[in-house]
Write a protein that binds this ligand. Structure first.
Ligand code: UGA
Length: 437
């Protein structure tokens, strides 16, 4: 393998760890920095703080190339490119909180041989502001590159190794060239690689905007199909057939047209709001995004109406929630629909039991008053109704005859259209999906 450029990665959260492991897999030495000493210690022991399929193995495979430290100097000494992957959570105003990013900027020395490569999702204009800060602080030699991340939790390793595109926004200097070089093996043959990734090399502001616009567009697609599903329920159409018919139009495409009980996670809700705020702060009212957010909130609550339709008032009713994470194959509970649903159900007087194969520890920190069950069957024992909240594979293969025996009632609400309606109905249960006529 040709010698690869060593890199620093600041922040060992989800994006940081996957980026670090991915570049280590491609042959770089990676200096991973985090201010959380406990986390760095655990990482040194090979303990991976997040659940992501394949990540533990990838880090173990490349352990020799991965160096963990709390001292940013280790990265500065060994690498020119410092990838920034710190959190940018929403503030009360909906704007992104950039304090962690600014802490990193402040810790950089005056240097003309280093560059910050921004992986964290930041508002459009952040790069310009940081470059101005560098100038004010006498660090104008420090280069800046925007390189937004498009990984999906649960399939992050594949997404890293097989990107649809790599976006590099820079000032056309050595730093942008070096970032492209790092990604080269993952790019198409046209760009000298052997992967599937198209390259978009552009200016910093455009790269920042690609990230926010892409997430906002995907969220819009989901809210759109959720509204179509709601209309299907009134008109007798089946949204799955509708989505299939729509998705075969290559201009629309089949992906992200699965209706459900709303999108969650650390990105879509935050980034849609952040883009709306960004527009608002610059005097533009982004009408469409208000609706995307509102539809998503209402979609989480529609399940309550469905349950009431079957059970009447929910006071004293036992409701089992299957799945709590914001989507399968992750333990991430951020903005999960289960948070709103469990709170709404309890507010309506229902007794809630819940099971998630991986996210229970995280869920316990956020959800009160719910009985956390041993497994799916334990959760639904004596339940009047079952709601599939997260489509983990193991719920698709439940023995519905056994389920029917254990439940007190017969209502099954499939919040992700993941179950086989015939199998559920065949066991004498009542099936209701989302938008299925
Ligand atoms: C999302 C984007 O898909 C990534 O490209 C991006 O890098 C990432 O945000 C980020 O900004 O970091 P992620 O939040 O991991 O990735 O999860 P998705 O698979 O996109 O799902 C988000 C939510 O939308 C989930 O709650 C999922 O259940 C929901 N969803 C997704 C639907 O309701 N319907 C769909 O058709 C697809």
């Amino acid at each position: 393998m040709a010698e690869r450029e060593p890199i620093g990665v600041i922040g060992t959260g989800y994006v940081g760890l996957v980026t670090a492991a991915g570049f280590a897999e491609l042959g770089s030495d990676v200096y991973c920095i985090d201010i959380d000493a406990g986390k760095i210690e655990r990482l040194k022991q090979g303990e991976i703080p997040i659940y992501e399929p394949g990540l533990t193995e990838m880090i173990a495979r490349n352990r020799e190339r991965m160096h963990f430290s709390t001292d940013i100097q280790d990265a500065l000494d060994n690498a020119r490119l410092l990838f920034v992957a710190v959190g940018t959570p929403p503030t009360y105003s909906g704007d992104a909180d950039l304090s962690a990013v600014h802490a990193v900027v402040g810790a950089m020395p005056a240097s003309d041989r280093h560059a910050l490569v921004m992986k964290s999702t930041v508002p459009c204009g952040t790069g310009k502001n940081i470059k101005r800060l560098f100038e004010e602080q006498g660090k104008s030699g420090f280069r800046y590159v925007s390189c937004p991340e498009f990984l999906k939790e649960g399939s992050a390793i594949d997404d890293f190794l097989q990107p649809d595109r790599v976006v590099v926004g820079d000032d056309g200097d050595w730093a942008g060239d070096a970032v492209v070089e790092l990604y080269r093996p993952l790019l198409t043959a046209e760009h000298g690689g052997e992967g599937p990734g198209e390259l978009v090399r552009t200016d910093i502001a455009s790269a920042e905007m690609v990230k926010l616009a892409a997430n906002a567009f995907l969220a819009t697609k989901i809210s759109f199909i959720n509204e179509i599903a709601n209309v299907c329920e009134e008109t007798g159409a089946d949204v799955l057939e509708v989505a299939k018919g729509m998705g075969l139009d290559s201009r629309i495409g089949p992906k992200f047209l699965q209706p459900g009980i709303g999108f969650g996670g650390s990105c879509f809700p935050k980034d849609v709001t952040a883009l709306k705020q960004l527009a608002g702060n610059s005097g533009y009212h982004f009408q469409l995004l208000n609706s995307v957010i509102e539809v998503n909130e209402l979609q989480k609550r529609r399940v309550i109406g469905k349950l009431e339709k079957h059970l009447g008032p929910l006071v004293g009713k036992r409701i089992a929630l299957l799945g709590l994470a914001f989507k399968p194959n992750t333990d991430d509970m951020r903005e999960a629909s289960s948070l709103v649903l469990s709170a709404r159900l309890q507010a309506a007087g229902a007794l809630v039991s819940a099971f998630d194969p991986i996210a229970e520890d995280e869920a316990r920190k956020l959800i009160q008053g719910v009985r956390f069950a041993e497994d799916a069957l334990d959760a639904l024992t004596d339940a009047d109704a079952l709601v599939l909240v997260t489509e983990w594979d193991e719920f698709r293969t439940l023995d519905w005859t056994q389920v029917a025996r254990l439940m007190a009632g017969t209502t099954v609400i499939d919040g992700r259209n993941a179950l086989d309606p015939d199998a559920v109905r065949g066991a004498g249960l009542t099936y209701e999906g989302i938008g299925r006529g």
